[in-house]
Structure formats: structure tokens, C-alpha cells
Design a protein around this ligand. Structure first.
Ligand code: ADP
Ligand code: MG
Length: 393
């Protein structure tokens, strides 16, 4: 059952297929109430995730939030304390790691230094005793072609760059044609520039071969750029699940807002009411803010991303506008960061795109700040974090 080549593979330089009849698309994953305790540490605290076949799905969160442990349970290297994992609707609790239609790429690559590239990749076929040498060789060659390393077969790992070593690790994982590829911070050991170019390469490869990728990272940019959908984890729990746009634009909690980039947070007082848009008071000013998952009347926090904060000339009246004073500006090349002090003393950050015509703001200049209602969002109280996820999920 290792061979579940997706139909998309037929468009590629053909990798050798498994037994006839086993050619079907697969790679859906269902994680139900998954939990892992190590002695007194709860690494994964009851998570539910459904991943679609062919999806690029990311587990994003700070170090120690339980990403690797989750991945290791999917791979079969770690037994769950509770909960279930279904791969293509099959409960894999009793399936040993090497019999799952899953393969893993580790951050460290884990290549054998004394073996050349071909033998490192062939190691991925070690369980396939049924394949003869020639078939294995052609499979290795095709996997190397897939990661653009044809011609590097006789090199040893130390004769390759970091990015090339990473691709050997990928080829070794792909040579078995798994339905699901698990990747644990695979770009983490590379320098920034290489990491950037490999992001696009990796997503390109995934779209091309069409198998499910479960990708682990603590880098929010990586997660936003590469994923079809992602979960933001903290303390072994899921804080939010959605598309990159959803979790970035519609964070439900301060943790998610903060983890996914720069977030302006305002302390507000929310009026009683219901519906998508709520009236809030920020000091003496009245604003409209979105609260898609509801919000209790009383104190709360609202968030707005810097690129949504508009800074214009002083004295402009209108909805969701506040007077302010430019505190300082930071030129960043394509954008300028404008820090504006509001009457209550809070400072909001605005990100202004530098076009040829626009005028620079100067420190001390009075301005009007607009916080558009559709971009200003009320957050769930931190004690409701898990509830907030449950409502949306
Ligand atoms: N084998 C283990 N024994 C004890 N604690 C562990 C073990 N593996 C992970 N942990 C703990 O579980 C938590 C989650 O770890 P991990 O899944 O590696 O997080 P991440 O990959 O998100 O950084 C951490 O507190 C970590 O110290
Ligand atoms: Mg980890």
C-alpha cells in the first residue's frame, strides 16, 4: 500500500508505478481529538484537522507548540495518547510507519555522508524488496529529475550546496511516491535568500505532482506564501484554521493577529448588540468594527493591520476617522512606516506605499487617521481563544 500515485503524476516524466490497480488519487487526512502527553508535558492537546487530498497544508506556530509531535504521529514515529488519524478514511493506529502512505523530509536532511546521491535516494526504496535493481535505478533517476538533480547522482552530500542536499532529501522521500509528504521545517537550515527561492520551487513541485504536503514551520511568511490552508498552533492547541488570507486578514485572537505579522491593537469598549458590525468606543471616539464571531458588550480589543491604516491630511471629517500626530517615520524602500500618535496616547502604525507622487509625512505633523470598519476587527478575549476557533471550525 505504499504506492498511491496521484493521477497528476501521469503528466510528469513518469516515475515507475506500483502494482497495477493501485493507481488512485489519495492523501486525505483526518485528525480527530489527537493528543500526546510526554510524562508531565502535553505536547498536543486535542486537535481536529481535516486535510484534503492534494492540499498544501501548514502547521504554523512558535517553537514548542507541538508541530513536530503532530507530524511524528502522522508518520507513525510516535503513538498518540488519545485520538485518531485517518489517511484516506483508514484508521492508521495499527499501521507501522513504513506501511503508511506517508513519507517525511526532516530539517536536518538526514543524508548518509558516506553514500552518494543515488544511493541516498535509493535508500528510500529499502522496503521495496519486490523491485529489481533496474526498476529501482530508473525510479531513482526519475526522482532526481523531479528535483532537478539529474547528473548529480555520483556526488557525496558534502559536495553539494545546502539547497541541493535538501533536494536529495526530497527525492529520497518522493521516490516511494507517497500519497502524503510530511515536511518538518525543511527550509530552516538554509540561508535567507536560498530559503526564498526554494519556497517557490517547493510549492511548484507540490502543485505539479499533486500529492498532499503537510508542512511545518514557525515562519509566518513561509506559511502565508506557500499554503493552501494552515493552522496556527499554540501550546498544543489550534488557535485558528483557514486560508492564508483568512488567518491574516481575519485573526480571531490577539495571538494569531500578532503571530502573523504586525498588528495594531486598540483597547475599546464595545456597545451591546449583534451582527457583523459593532459600535465601539475608543476614548471619546466612536468607531464601527467587525465582529464576525460575536462579541460581548464591554471592554475588548480591536486589531487593524498597518497596511489598512490610512493617513491623510489633518481635519478630514468622516466615519472611523481620528485626529493624530505623526510621531516618526521609517523609510523602508517600497513602503514607509508612519507611526501616528492618537489622542489617547496610543500609537498606530501605518504602512504607506511609496509611489512617485506621494508626499512624505514629517514628525510632528497633524494628520487624520482612518481605520476602515471592514479592516478593524474585534478580537476574542484570550480566555475564549479555543472557543473562538470552535465557532469558526
Ligand atoms: N520525546 C519527548 N519527550 C518529552 N517532551 C517532548 C518530547 N518531544 C517533544 N516534547 C515537548 O513537547 C512540546 C512540543 O514539542 P514539539 O512538537 O517538538 O514542538 P515544535 O515542533 O512545535 O517546536 C515541547 O514542550 C517539547 O519540549
Ligand atoms: Mg519542531
Amino acid at each position: 500500500m505504499w504506492f498511491r500515485p496521484p493521477s497528476a503524476l501521469s503528466r510528469l516524466p513518469r516515475m515507475v508505478r506500483g502494482e497495477p490497480g493501485s493507481h488512485h488519487t489519495g492523501g486525505s487526512i483526518s485528525i480527530v481529538g489527537l493528543r500526546k502527553d510526554f510524562d508531565d508535558v502535553t505536547a498536543v492537546d486535542g486537535i481536529d484537522i481535516d486535510i484534503k487530498a492534494g492540499e498544501f497544508f501548514t502547521l504554523l506556530g512558535p517553537s514548542g507548540c507541538g508541530k513536530t509531535t503532530t507530524l511524528r504521529m502522522l508518520a507513525g514515529f510516535e503513538q498518540p495518547t488519545a485520538g485518531q488519524i485517518f489517511i484516506d478514511d483508514v484508521d492508521v493506529a495499527q499501521t507501522p510507519a513504513h506501511k503508511r502512505p506517508v513519507n517525511t523530509v526532516f530539517q536536518s536532511y538526514a543524508l548518509f555522508p558516506h553514500l552518494d546521491v543515488e544511493h541516498n535516494v535509493a535508500y528510500g526504496l529499502r522496503w521495496r524488496k519486490d523491485l529489481d535493481k533496474r526498476v529501482k535505478e530508473s525510479q531513482v533517476a526519475k526522482a532526481l529529475e523531479l528535483v532537478q538533480l539529474s547528473g548529480y547522482g555520483k556526488r557525496r552530500p558534502h559536495q553539494l550546496s545546502g539547497g541541493q542536499q535538501q533536494r536529495v532529501a526530497l527525492a529520497r522521500a518522493l521516490v516511494l511516491e507517497p500519497a502524503v509528504l510530511l515536511l518538518d521545517e525543511p527550509l530552516g537550515a538554509l540561508d535567507a535568500k536560498l530559503r526564498h527561492s526554494l519556497r517557490a520551487e517547493l510549492t511548484g513541485l507540490q502543485r505539479e505532482i499533486g500529492i498532499t504536503f503537510v508542512f511545518v514551520t514557525h515562519d509566518q511568511e513561509e506559511a502565508l506564501e506557500m499554503s493552501n490552508r494552515l493552522v496556527v498552533m499554540d501550546g498544543g492547541r489550534i488557535m485558528q484554521l483557514g486560508t492564508p488570507e483568512e488567518v491574516y486578514r481575519e485573526p480571531l485572537t490577539e495571538f494569531v493577529a500578532d503571530f502573523l505579522g504586525v498588528a495594531n491593537l486598540l483597547d475599546v469598549e464595545c456597545d451591546p448588540g449583534g451582527g457583523l458590525t459593532r459600535t465601539v468606543h475608543f476614548g471619546e471616539f466612536t468607531l464601527e468594527a467587525r465582529a464576525p464571531s460575536g462579541h460581548d458588550a464591554g471592554p475588548g480589543r480591536a486589531v487593524i493591520r498597518p497596511e489598512c491604516v490610512e493617513v491623510t491630511e489633518a481635519g478630514l471629517p468622516g466615519a472611523n476617522r481620528l485626529p493624530g500626530m505623526v510621531d516618526r517615520t521609517v523609510f523602508l524602500g517600497s513602503t514607509t512606516q508612519v507611526m501616528v500618535r492618537l489622542p489617547q496616547g496610543a500609537v498606530v502604525q501605518s504602512l504607506v506605499t511609496n509611489t512617485s507622487g506621494n508626499e512624505a509625512f514629517a514628525a510632528g505633523q497633524p494628520v487624520t487617521v482612518c481605520l476602515p470598519a471592514e479592516a478593524l476587527r474585534l478580537l476574542a478575549a484570550s480566555s475564549d481563544q479555543h472557543v473562538a476557533y470552535a465557532e469558526v471550525g
